[in-house]
Design a protein around this ligand. Structure first.
Ligand code: 15L
Length: 290
């Protein structure tokens, strides 16, 4: 049985993935937050912005599913340490420890400034919709470098929104059900011919903005379609926003922070004043962000 490290395992996506992959792999979990491992799992607390921590958790694993980091738009300091430094550390520690395969949870927000009227595939140029999207594009660039220079096999999943059911109109287009997530991740772990592949982490939604041909080429056959939820979701959809409704990234394209569904413990701020200002912005935009 393969040993798989999941970083950010205490988050939403990690929690769904652990449940879906239970029994299939020996799971090593890491997170800054505490987590109770289930049978067949091992947990090691780690701060991915510290290379020593990442060297410790990546030792002896067959593949890494890198979910850890700041998961929404927000202040640069948090994104810089978790998503830029943290992502660098994961690739570099994997290289030093001889781990050949990394599945990286990039995001729809790496390409969030494409209009909803356009169908995009895995070959489009990046169009990040914020600092968070830029950090995901950085991760995709790291993956490309480590594939070309060090022969690493990397699987870049531009994830939409993982939830048991879609939660609003935008998510009808980017929804990823937990079982489809698990199928995609399994392909990323098992497929023999992965070099550096971009795929969209979405179910087979009728309203999708993606041509997910690359995932299908690798054998992905999603089982779920958000359309079944559409009448109920559309009936309770609130008023939109002219900018957010035009672009695939939604609110990420016009707010400075989105409420973090799974906040990390507060990192030490460089300057208390900067943190105060960031908090103010977060509060102000939290109301309108969807
Ligand atoms: C993401 O990349 C986030 O990690 C997730 O929390 C959602 O906000 C998602 O995008 C989305 O676009 O809904």
């Amino acid at each position: 049985m393969k040993t798989i490290l999941i970083t950010g395992a205490a988050g939403d996506v990690g929690t769904h993935l652990r449940r879906e992959l239970a029994g299939k792999y020996s799971l090593r979990l890491s997170d800054l937050r505490p987590l109770k491992p289930a049978a067949g799992e091992k947990f090691a607390r780690a701060d991915i912005s510290k290379i020593a921590d990442v060297l410790r958790i990546t030792r002896g694993v067959d593949a890494i599913v890198h979910l850890g980091g700041y998961s929404v738009e927000g202040p640069w300091e948090g994104i810089l340490s978790a998503n830029i430094v943290g992502c660098y550390n994961v690739f570099e520690a994997a290289r030093r420890n001889g781990v050949k395969r990394i599945l990286f949870a990039t995001s729809n927000h790496a390409v969030g400034f494409y209009p909803r009227s356009q169908t995009i595939d895995h070959r489009v140029a990046i169009k990040p919709d914020g600092r968070y999207g830029v950090s995901k594009a950085f991760g995709e660039a790291m993956a490309s470098l480590y594939a070309d220079k060090y022969g690493m096999q990397v699987f870049l999943m531009r994830i939409g929104n993982v939830n048991p059911a879609p939660i609003d109109k935008r998510r009808l287009s980017i929804w990823l059900s937990p079982r489809d997530l698990a199928q995609l991740v399994s392909i990323g772990i098992e497929h023999p011919d992965i070099r550096c592949e971009v795929v969209y982490g979405v179910s087979r939604n009728a309203r999708s903005w993606y041509d997910n041909a690359n995932a299908y080429r690798l054998g992905y056959r999603p089982l779920d379609d958000s359309e079944a939820y559409a009448p109920e979701i559309l009936a309770k959809e609130g008023p939109g926003n002219a900018i957010g409704d035009r672009y695939q990234g939604g609110a990420f394209t016009h707010v400075e922070a989105v409420p973090n569904p799974a906040p990390l413990p507060k990192a030490k701020p460089a300057k208390p004043a900067a943190q105060k200002a960031a908090k103010k912005v977060t509060k102000k935009v939290a109301k309108k962000a969807r």
